[in-house]
Design a protein around this ligand. Structure first.
Ligand code: ADP
Ligand code: X15
Length: 394
């Protein structure tokens, strides 16, 4: 496994894929810089070698050039964390970008605009990747959170480089997750919540062989509840995943995996901190209302399962924890996991927002391992090889 320790970057320009997909507030201020801090050791090593750095990342899932997803919003935070004034360029390919990259002096950092402003990024377009490759001498992948995406900057670009390697973060994540993969302790409990229903629901099917309990919460809940005939009002749902949800429940039963779904929800009449709220049975949400957190009975049930688990994997908040009104489920689940960890369980938390939640509620040091990747962590635990990792190995 080639890492940046195998290279001296003196007078070299590194093109680094980082995952700076960080949570932002309404004023587009970074609310959790964990993923930026996690990439710091790699960037600093290259600068200290006497090299320069071109950073590329995506932010969110923009449809075209949406200014709210500009990486300019995070540029000052990157400067602050690195202790170096970062230069920013308003695109990720093209003449202007190449000029800015060529002008970099040793010790300098250039941050590119959001890669996903070009649809060629997510399409894994070869020409786009070739254009990106012109920006550096050595390609470094340190974007663990995006290693499960076969995109131009995470995978395709690697083939245009003789010299390519893993950054410190990616190497550390691979090693740490391997440890969990090789563990034989039981029972294993996976907690899945959050909002990315379609990308994560498919993962569930594949981890069923590796777990004993499956706790479902957050936005993921309502696709399951609706599929079972429940009323979910205007809660987050992905209708085309209902059949898969039923299949998962059936398969789980066959495999002896206990599935724990919420029984009650904190519902709201709008997606807002000021909304009217109520506690309601999870399958009886009136029209015009949406479930934004799990209810008290659900929290008790989930905590009991957690208490008896030996390995706990958590990705996805149980509610819209960014708003205090809907944070209780996530807080109390986090506390139950911290308690179980104190009593000897191994707990692994991953995902941009999940880690932000854990940090916000002061639980970061009370869990065993915090991964920068959510979907990437889950896919690795499925036993899949991730395209971003394979591209460097080959
Ligand atoms: N019931 C819900 N309805 C809508 N959004 C939710 C709900 N529960 C949690 N969320 C949102 O899910 C988001 C995190 O989802 P996701 O990106 O899948 O997690 P992670 O980044 O940890 O992998 C949070 O911003 C949170 O507000
Ligand atoms: O935040 C991310 O993943 P996560 O929500 O699984 O932690 C990564 O930046 C990947 O983003 P994507 O799921 O839009 O490809």
């Amino acid at each position: 496994m080639k890492t940046i320790d195998d290279y001296n970057f003196n007078n070299k320009r590194a093109l680094i894929r980082v995952d700076f997909n960080v949570p932002l507030d309404e004023d587009r201020k970074v609310t959790d810089a964990n993923r930026i801090e996690a990439a710091k050791p790699t960037i600093i090593k290259i600068l200290e070698d006497g090299g320069s750095v071109v950073l590329m990342s995506h932010l969110g899932r923009p449809k075209g050039k949406e200014s709210k997803y500009s990486l300019q919003h995070i540029s000052s935070k990157v400067s602050e964390v690195m202790g170096v004034e970062v230069k920013f360029v308003e695109d990720s390919i093209g003449e202007e970008v190449e000029k800015a990259a060529n002008a970099l002096q040793p010790g300098e950092i250039l941050l590119l605009e959001n890669l996903r402003f070009h649809e060629e990024e997510t399409n894994g377009d070869e020409d786009f990747a070739r254009n990106l490759s012109k920006l550096g001498d050595i390609y470094v992948n340190d974007a663990f959170g995006t290693a499960h995406r076969a995109h131009a900057s995470t995978t395709v670009v690697a083939k245009f480089f003789e010299d390519k390697c893993f950054g410190y973060l990616l190497a550390k994540e691979i090693k740490s997750l391997d440890k969990v993969l090789n563990s034989t302790e039981k029972p294993v409990t996976a907690v899945l919540g959050g909002a990315k229903v379609s990308s994560k629901i498919t993962v569930i099917e594949n981890i069923l062989d590796k777990i004993d309990h499956l706790i479902i919460g957050g936005g993921m809940t309502y696709t399951f509840i609706k599929a079972q005939g429940g009323h979910i009002g205007t809660s987050l749902v992905e209708d085309d995943k209902q059949e898969l949800a039923l299949e998962i429940l059936k398969k789980a039963k066959e495999k002896g995996v206990e599935v724990h779904l919420p029984v009650d929800s904190i519902i709201a009449d709008s997606f807002s901190e000021q909304a009217s709220t109520q506690t309601e049975s999870v399958d009886n949400i009136p029209d015009g209302w949406m479930g934004l957190d799990v209810g008290p009975e659900t929290i008790r049930n989930f905590s009991n399962v957690i208490k008896n688990s030996k390995i706990i994997l958590w990705n996805g908040p149980l509610g819209v924890f960014e708003m205090d009104t809907f944070a209780q489920g996530t807080i109390q689940l986090g506390q139950a996991i911290a308690e179980a960890t104190k009593n000897g369980a191994f707990s692994l938390v991953g995902g941009g927002d999940s880690v932000a939640a854990v940090k916000k509620f002061g639980l970061e040091d009370k869990v065993s391992y915090v991964s920068t990747g959510g979907g990437a962590m889950l896919e690795m635990l499925e036993g899949k090889s991730l395209p971003g990792i394979e591209a460097i190995k080959n």
